[in-house]
Design a protein around this ligand. Structure first.
Ligand code: PHE
Length: 460
């Protein structure tokens, strides 16, 4: 390494401690995916059987892709595009396009994510300021319809969300991302556990527990499997370079595979805990579990309204969801920011403002999907659904295949062993052998099969 390279490398920011690495990566994984998507998709796809398929996707696909991204990021010590360029400099082999697609996917996700995060922030604000105290349990559907059907409110909240995360991102990797996630994650866990205890001690709560854990395998279809795979990618923040970018901030002495396992397990646990806060309450009060995306905003407030201390729990629940959404969005915004500052030499401030601004402008199409643009369909979907489907169910799985192929075949077993064992310092040879098989064969083939099958291109 030349002196010049060394000096730019030491200037690069990174996560300062092992706990900081865990907090940031877990803070990225835990988000609206756990609290909003997991319960609503589980409810729409038949409960426990979906959860079962989801768990398999996490273990066999999501986890290997996460470790792969860490390997790419830390080995190269660069952003999502620069990393591929460093590891494959040949211009005739454009692997860096994987990184470019990843940056595009970060935008695609943010277009709708900031919209939902805006709903969550506004619900947190409304319940904190007593705005729900006059709303009866039967009126929550109207309240939600009125809110998302309006134009100014959701747009303003989307911009408040973008401004909040921009401030954190401008503060930098150590002072912004690491510090925020380390402070917020424990608060989130405590709030979630309190909501769980409340829900599980309701009379009739057990039906919800059963719904989450007793599978009915006849419910599994190709579409259900693709939804579970898409959710696994989305949940673990993999397939588009978030973990590559964060991997580049991980120190050379950190145990990356162990961190990935911890993130995958904890994230799954948080999803289950969110499910246990939602479904027992839903069943206890006789609501339907399959309300879809509105589950969180109609059913949950209604449920909380009908229970003692409901106002307090409602507030806690939405504050918690806001915290989770924030950690995830920081990691999404960091992907283009790292790319623009390193590859295009923009200042962190400019990169953040331009990226967030773009997310706000195009993201308003998603936000207006529930009001003025509700009849505007592209490929038969509203902008909101299009951004959601195209990112989770297409861009992330395709990115996942490319990432697996790059690490499994282009970098190959030797580099995998070297990088993921810290040049032999970690005693994890057997684990890495299993990982190598998963990343070379199992994960890419499984993703391809599920993708083609789920999109109806081939049927088994
Ligand atoms: N994992 C986040 C969530 O569950 C979403 C996310 C996806 C974040 C992709 C970063 C990258 O909400």
């Amino acid at each position: 390494m030349s002196d010049k390279e060394k000096s730019t490398e030491t200037k690069r920011e990174g996560f300062s401690t092992t706990l900081g690495v865990l907090a940031a990566t877990l803070g990225s994984a835990v988000g609206l995916g756990n609290i909003w998507k997991f319960p609503s998709l589980t409810g729409q796809n038949g409960g426990a059987a979906f959860v079962f398929v989801y768990l398999i996707c996490v273990l066999l696909i999501g986890l290997p892709v996460m470790i792969s991204e860490f390997i790419i990021g830390r080995r190269a010590g660069a952003n999502n595009v620069g990393a591929f360029k460093k590891l494959e400099p040949s211009p005739t082999k454009p692997w860096y396009m994987t990184g470019v697609v990843g940056v595009a996917a970060a935008f695609l996700i943010m277009f709708f994510y900031t919209d939902v995060a805006g709903w969550v922030y506004s619900y947190a604000f409304k319940s904190l300021t007593g705005g729900f105290s006059q709303v009866g349990a039967t009126e929550t559907a109207d309240v939600f319809a009125k809110y998302v059907g309006s134009v100014a409110g959701p747009l303003v909240w989307q911009w408040i969300v973008l401004a909040t995360i921009s401030v954190i991102i401008i503060a930098g990797v150590t002072k912004g991302i690491e510090r925020m996630t380390k402070t917020l994650l424990p608060i989130l866990l405590v709030l979630l556990l309190i909501c769980d205890i409340r829900a599980l001690t309701l009379p009739g709560a057990f039906a919800g527990v059963e719904y989450l854990f007793r599978p009915d395998f006849t419910k599994i279809t190709a579409g259900v499997v693709l939804a579970a795979l898409g959710l696994a990618f989305f949940k673990l923040s993999v397939g588009m370079g978030t973990m590559t970018t964060y991997g580049s901030y991980i120190g050379k002495k950190e145990n990356m595979p162990a961190n990935a396992v911890k993130v995958a397990l904890s994230d799954t646990l948080v999803s289950i805990l969110a499910g246990l806060a939602v479904f027992p309450a839903v069943f206890a009060f006789g609501f339907q579990p399959d309300a879809g995306p509105s589950l969180l905003f109609i059913t949950i407030p209604a449920v909380f309204k009908t229970m003692p201390f409901g106002q307090l729990f409602l507030t806690m629940f939405f504050v918690l969801a806001s915290i989770a959404a924030t950690g995830a969005m920081i990691s999404l915004l960091e992907v283009p920011v790292a790319y623009l500052t390193e590859e295009k030499r923009w200042s962190r401030m400019t990169a953040t403002l331009v990226s967030a601004g773009t997310m706000g402008v195009i993201g308003s199409l998603a936000t207006l999907s529930t009001s003025t643009l509700s009849d505007t369909l592209v490929f038969g979907k509203t902008f909101f659904d299009l951004f959601d489907f195209a990112s989770s169910n297409i861009a992330l799985p395709v990115g996942g295949i490319l990432i697996c192929l790059f690490v499994g075949w282009k970098l190959g077993p030797k580099v995998i062993m070297d990088e993921a064992s810290n040049a032999g310092a970690l005693n994890n040879v057997v684990f890495l052998k299993v990982f190598t098989v998963l990343v070379r064969y199992v994960a890419p083939l499984a993703i391809l099969a599920v993708l083609l099958n789920g999109l109806g291109i081939i049927t088994f």
